[in-house]
Design a protein around this ligand. Structure first.
Ligand code: S3P
Length: 436
């Protein structure tokens, strides 16, 4: 457990105009596909958080010349699809599930062996969901008996395309199979049970790799080339979410969040908050490098509890810690179902959020696939983030409506997705302090 704590004094309002850091999902993919392209890919707005930096370090360790990041700029000298070199040590991916699952697919098609490791949280997360389809494609991957990292990925295997129906709505598994498909003989198809983030598909197409998309099915073939390009990474809606919730619950707040990615596979948080009564408007909608972007204006508004539509769950999958805080501040009950995936994120987000909300005096009842939260008076108190970045940030914004200070333990992992959170949130009006 890290010693970094947040202490947040109660009350306050959020005001001003701010830009949260770059999108984590797009930052990972920019490094991966840029590295495999044939030429120089220039990235701006790159997330300089520990997760995307772990991906960057992994590709450097495989011989890709990468300059930066400097103020979000990264210059990648792509080595082509077959230019990666064997790393001389295991690739440590820290806390990052996206790095491990996407890399597993990409590395299954290399001529060399690799070992993927991670921190205690990542080493508990399920990896059979990628091992199983990759094995069907001809890969050989060893994991622990529990199906967890470290993963040993054997190189020199001949992969062949498969037609895979995803057993769960997971963009990581979808992307893993598609990336392995770049190296496979024949056609690789993935069908998803519900729409999930499609940044991999968009970036592949943007770099000139043909990909057929028909409803829930996406197919590609090996044997093409990735063209280098410029990638302007929008601000991460998953980081903006803490401010959307914070400004909604703190009376008198008004914030503008600039240049936020509003890819329709990511905007469930806006739909859910609006259904609860939030006042969020989009301005300056535009397209940047194949991804839709807008400025988001949010003003405080009275929220009410809702039954969250299950089809919105994959479209808001990372935003539930923040949304549970919104539910705790809403009038009436909010019910979430169909969200068992939350139990296998960086922490068991259903259990950990229920415990924290309960410690703050809110009725929060976990269920196998969701939670029931009755809005009420938030007390101050002490909560444990269990090393989960998004849990830590969600409880920090809860202090805007608490009647005493909130102390949050184990907050160092906020740096995995949102470096500078404390400073940015403080500047916007959150009375937050980091204590190490
Ligand atoms: C991600 C997909 C999601 C999400 C994660 C990032 C991605 O995971 O929770 O933070 O970049 O593909 P799952 O695919 O496991 O739902």
């Amino acid at each position: 457990m890290s010693k970094l704590k947040f202490r947040v004094e109660p009350g306050g309002t959020l005001r001003g105009t701010l830009r949260v850091p770059g999108d984590k999902s797009i930052s990972h993919r920019a490094i991966m596909l840029g590295s495999l392209s044939e030429g120089v890919t220039e990235v701006s707005g790159f997330l300089e958080g520990e997760d995307s930096l772990a991906t960057l370090a992994a590709f450097r360790a495989m011989g890709v010349p990468i300059e930066g990041p400097e103020h979000g700029r990264v210059r990648i000298e792509g080595v082509g699809l077959h230019g990666l070199r064997a790393p001389d040590r295991p690739l440590d991916l820290g806390n990052s599930g996206t790095s491990m699952r996407l890399l597993a697919g990409l590395l299954a098609g290399q001529p060399f062996d690799t070992v993927l490791t991670g921190d205690a949280s990542l080493s508990r997360r399920p990896m059979r969901r990628v091992i199983e389809p990759l094995t069907r494609m001809g890969a050989r991957i060893e994991a622990t008996e529990a199906g967890t990292a470290p993963l040993k990925i054997h190189g020199g295997r001949k992969l062949h395309g498969i037609d895979y129906v995803l057993p769960m709505a997971s963009a990581q598994v979808k992307s893993c199979v598609l990336l392995a498909g770049l190296y496979a003989e024949g056609r690789t198809c993935v069908t998803e049970p519900a729409p999930t983030r499609d940044h991999t598909e968009r970036m592949l197409a943007g770099m000139g790799w043909p990909i057929d998309i028909a409803g829930p099915k996406r197919c590609l073939e090996g044997g093409h080339v990735l063209q280098p390009c410029r990638i302007d990474v929008p601000a991460d809606i998953s980081s903006a979410a803490f401010f959307l919730v914070g400004a909604s619950i703190a009376a008198g707040s008004e914030l503008v969040l600039e240049h936020v990615g509003i890819n329709p596979t990511r905007t469930g948080v806006i739909d859910i908050l609006r259904a609860m009564g939030a006042d969020i408007t989009l301005t300056h909608a535009r397209e940047v490098g194949g991804e839709p972007v807008a400025d988001l204006r949010v003003r405080s508004a009275p929220l009410h509890g809702i039954a969250i539509a299950e089809e919105l769950v994959p479209l808001a999958i990372d935003e539930f810690p923040a949304l549970f805080v919104a539910a705790a501040c809403a009038e009436g009950e909010t019910v979430l179902t169909g969200a068992e995936e939350l139990r296998v994120k960086e922490s068991d987000r259903i259990q950990v959020m229920a415990e924290g909300l309960t410690a703050l005096g809110i009725e929060a009842v976990p269920t196998p696939d969701g939670i029931r939260i009755r809005g009420g008076r938030l007390r101050g108190g002490r909560v444990d983030s269990h090393g989960d970045h998004r849990v830590a940030m969600a409880f920090a914004v809860a202090a805007l409506r608490a009647d005493g200070p909130i102390e949050i333990d184990d907050c160092a992992n906020v740096n995995t997705s949102f470096p500078g959170f404390v400073e940015l949130a403080h500047a916007a009006g959150l009375r937050i302090r980091a204590i190490s």
